[in-house]
Design a protein around this ligand. Structure first.
Ligand code: PMP
Length: 286
């Protein structure tokens, strides 16, 4: 496996970062997870815009332009050879000393991994997924803002452990107000009375690239869509529910906390969006 590491292609085993790297010591850094369909970067501008916005939010200067980052991804993909795969792009504060102060880290570390991502089992896209609502709340926007895709994922990891302990693959997280924010690695949508509803950025979410694509698809399919706060009661009584994410794509949710959602089967609107999403991937890869 090839990695891109600070400007050089290296073999996977040689891809090492210093133990003094603040990405490791403090989770001080940002990242992106990106899909490659038919050899092309899916929604590259959206991912690069989010990466650079996340970096700016934590006052981290990425030592490359967006074009250079894109070229580096393609260089890594050529070395890897896979056409349908996943890219993890990471920028850390870089090596420093053991103190917190990020200003002593002079050289950010940039690396790119190309590897297959573990998707949910194929049948889950047909039968639907069961999730729980985690007791761990999503960090408030006044803390580490969820809109920043930072290397600090402990908040999500704590919630994901609750899911795994409950025997389900994913957990939904509430914000401090008690409304739905997002799942640990995906955004949440519900469908009620033929309207597609998703929590707004102010609910404290990572504004997902896939979420954006689904919002576009709703317009294309003339489905009415609202970005608005969703309560737990509204989720429990929704007609349909689904999650979106780079790795998950669009996946139906049919059980939340052991309660069936709607008919307990993937809903018609969800299945239309799953199909439209797959068609869009094919169209954009051409
Ligand atoms: N929320 C969180 C917390 C995430 O980590 C992700 C990405 N895995 C998403 C939402 C979905 O974002 P995207 O569609 O850009 O992958």
């Amino acid at each position: 496996m090839k990695l891109w590491m600070n400007g050089k292609l290296v073999d996977g085993a040689q891809g090492v970062v210093s133990v003094f790297d603040h990405g490791l010591l403090y989770g001080d850094g940002v990242f992106e997870g990106i899909r490659i369909y038919h050899g092309r970067i899916f929604r590259c501008p959206a991912h690069l815009d989010r990466l650079f916005a996340s970096a700016e939010a934590i006052r981290l200067k990425i030592p490359m332009t967006k074009t250079q980052v894109e070229q580096a991804i393609y260089e890594t993909l050529r070395a890897d050879g896979a056409k349908d795969t996943y890219v993890r792009l990471v920028v850390t504060r870089g090596p420093g000393n053991l103190g917190l102060n990020p200003y002593q880290c002079k050289h950010p570390t940039v690396f790119i991994i190309v590897d297959q991502i573990e998707l949910y089992p194929k049948e889950m896209y047909e039968t639907g997924m069961a999730v729980i609502i985690a007791k761990t709340r999503r960090t408030d926007a006044s803390m580490v803002p969820p809109s920043v895709k930072s290397l600090n994922y402990l908040n999500n990891i704590l919630a994901r452990m609750e899911a795994v302990d409950a025997g389900v693959p994913e957990a939904m997280m509430l914000n401090a107000r008690g409304d739905l924010a997002e799942a640990t690695g995906d955004n949440i949508f519900i469908v009620k009375d033929a309207t597609v509803i998703t929590p707004p950025p102010e609910a404290g979410i990572l504004v997902g690239v896939t979420r954006g694509v689904v919002i576009e698809l709703c317009a294309k399919l003339s489905l009415s869509l609202r970005e608005q706060a969703v309560s737990v009661a509204e989720l429990y009584t929704a007609d349909e529910c689904f999650l979106t994410g780079t790795a998950a794509e669009v996946i139906p949710v049919t059980r939340v906390d052991h309660r069936g959602i709607g008919t307990g089967k993937p809903g018609a609107v969800t299945l239309r969006l799953v199909k439209a999403f797959r068609e869009l991937i094919r169209a954009e890869a051409r």
